[in-house]
Design a binder for this molecule. Structure first.
Ligand SMILES: N[C@@H](CCC(=O)N[C@@H](CS)C(=O)NCC(=O)O)C(=O)O
Length: 222
């Protein structure tokens, strides 16, 4: 059994960022599911390992790390992974800038999923249309920024430079989160759709993650 553990939920966007990074880098780990629907993140046993009461959590011996992007950066920064998170200062600065932008995207994607899917289904709480519209506005603004960046060069395969970096892994992963609300974002953002389709074709880990995600999502959105 591996001593490296990733706690998470298979449908959680941040968990999937951590899992995809580990898989892309060939890191051996044990996945420990936390049942968010049943409140597993608030149970004493989990709170002992992660007082933050969220997923994902990366554990290696005494070393514990929460926050999906911190986990992705850490894994990319050690061993063979540096190409995902290049050390050249300007490249790294751009990647960190995009990570900040993608954090807004992720936060609002998660809000929309809770407001429109999980709260109505499990807590019987109706979505507040104003809150949904505000988050949708931010999601579309961010996707519009990437649509513009990629449209400037129709041959561009990656957001920063000409190699696959954490930004492509994170953006690619977060774009699959649109399945939660069954939104075909490609109608509004066709260049982004092409970029994403090309990533899925070129990086089997991303396609594998998407297939597993869709399988797990089926019963929730049926
Ligand atoms: N900024 C965090 C966000 C983590 C997060 O919000 N995780 C959600 C699942 S998608 C969670 O654990 N929610 C449980 C809760 O808030 O009770 C990251 O990127 O890791």
């Amino acid at each position: 059994m591996s001593t490296t553990k990733i706690y998470g939920h298979p449908l959680s966007i941040p968990t999937r960022v951590a899992l995809a990074t580990a898989k892309q880098l060939g890191v051996a780990f044990e996945f420990i599911p936390v049942d968010l629907i049943a409140g597993g993140q608030h149970e004493e046993e989990y709170k002992k390992v992660n007082p933050n009461e969220k997923v994902p959590l990366f554990v290696e011996g005494d070393f514990k790390l929460s926050e999906s992007y911190a986990i992705a950066k850490y894994l990319s920064d050690r061993g063979e992974g540096t190409a995902l998170y290049p050390r050249e200062p300007k490249k790294r600065a751009f990647i960190d800038m995009h990570i900040g932008i993608l954090n807004d995207l992720k936060t609002h994607q998660i809000k929309i999923v809770y407001l429109t899917v999980l709260d109505p289904k499990f807590l019987k709480i109706e979505a507040d249309p104003k809150k949904v519209a505000a988050s949708e506005g931010i999601v579309k603004k961010v996707l519009g920024e990437y649509e513009a960046i990629l449209s400037a060069d129709q041959d561009k395969k990656f957001v920063v430079g000409d190699t696959f970096t954490l930004i492509d892994l994170i953006l690619g992963m977060q774009l699959t989160g649109t399945h939660w609300i069954q939104w075909d974002y490609g109608k509004e953002f066709p260049r982004l759709r092409k970029y994403h389709d090309d990533l899925l074709a070129a990086f089997p880990v991303l396609q594998e993650q998407l297939d597993q995600f869709l399988e797990n999502l089926k019963p929730l959105i049926a």
